[in-house]
Write a protein that binds this ligand. Structure first.
Ligand code: NAD
Length: 296
């Protein structure tokens, strides 16, 4: 069993750390929030005094934080002043960041040491159930040694390439998902105007060339897929605010790399409007309600 330092015990990090402890690993956690620390302790996670303290003596050091600035603070010390996890951990420790952040920060925070970027998909339900998908970038030997640790928290573990490749996969996947969800919402909106029932469109598109995960697993209208958030008044699921963050990161990456992503840019604008109009806390599939209310 491994010694694991885990920093960031929020909606995702808390159940992930608890799953590691449940599988018999010795986990020491740290979060700025005292309530998160208490909840983790109830789940068998030991209390560290700081991010650096959590990292000290651990075989694997994992962070699960909101955005790039938090990841920099935790790994390099507040304001990059030192005293962070990167300096505190043992030379042979495997460093892993599971946050969804920009590719540049992901490549820079390890202060010259190899680090795995390992963002996830599957949401809080996947984190609770231990069924997350991990998209991992970084050194192949570090990936091989960390694989059993990922398997304690997830079901699908993919090594995507060198450092930053995990974040790249996450950003490309979520940009595609946002575009598909808007397209699916537009198709249902047009069908409604043409007098075509939701069921008829679903029956045809789910078995033909309009098929996608957004349609068949996460259908944005109630009825055809009983488990989708549309059936529970668009409670997340995956909140629009998080989708907006990921679309911002994908546009930032596209600009830096010189990639043309006009539909990604349009998706960002539509999700920004939806969030600013009150949809930020709603599931991202709820954008269909904004599309319905938009005059041509
Ligand atoms: P969250 O806000 O619930 O949790 C983040 C935690 O980090 C908080 O408890 C906060 O107190 C703590 N924190 C912030 N700065 C810290 C620091 N310097 N040291 C220690 N603790 C610190 O966020 P979340 O929903 O758990 O998301 C975490 C990451 O996972 C994000 O990057 C998000 O984009 C990604 N993600 C989230 C979901 C989801 O459905 N929630 C799905 C996939 C990926």
């Amino acid at each position: 069993m491994a010694r694991i330092g885990f920093v960031g015990l929020g909606n995702m990090g808390l159940p992930m750390a608890r799953n590691l402890a449940r599988k018999g690993h010795e986990v020491r956690g740290y979060d700025l929030s005292a309530a998160a620390m208490d909840a983790a302790a109830e789940g068998g996670v030991g209390r560290a005094q700081s991010a650096a303290d959590a990292a000290r003596g651990a075989d694997f050091v994992i962070s699960m934080l909101p955005a790039g600035a938090h990841v920099k603070d935790a790994w390099l010390g507040a304001g990059g002043q030192g005293g962070g996890m990167a300096a505190a951990c043992d030379p042979q420790a495997v460093l892993i960041d599971c946050s969804t952040i920009d590719v540049e920060t992901a490549r820079s925070v390890a202060a010259g040491r190899p680090m795995l970027d390992a963002p996830v998909s599957g949401g809080t339900m996947g984190a609770e159930a231990g069924t997350l998908t991990f998209m991992v970038g970084g050194d192949a030997a570090a990936f091989a040694s960390a694989k059993p640790i990922f398997e304690a928290m997830g079901r699908t573990i993919v090594h995507c390439g060198e450092a930053g490749a995990g974040q790249a996969a996450k950003l490309c996947n979520n940009m595609l998902l946002a575009i598909c969800m808007i397209g699916t919402g537009e198709a249902f909106t047009l069908a409604e105007k043409l007098g075509l029932s939701h069921e008829a469109l679903f029956e045809v598109a789910s078995k033909s060339s309009g098929q996608s995960w957004a349609l068949t697993t996460y259908c944005p209208v109630p009825g055809p897929v009983p488990g989708s958030p549309a059936n529970r008044d668009y409670r997340p699921g995956f909140a629009t605010a998080l989708m907006l963050k990921d679309l911002g990161l994908s546009q930032q990456a596209a600009e830096a790399a010189g990639a043309a992503t006009p539909l990604g840019a349009a998706a960002l604008e539509l999700y920004r409007r939806f969030a600013e109009g009150g949809g930020a806390g709603t599931d991202f599939s709820g954008i269909i309600n904004m599309l319905r209310g938009t005059a041509r």
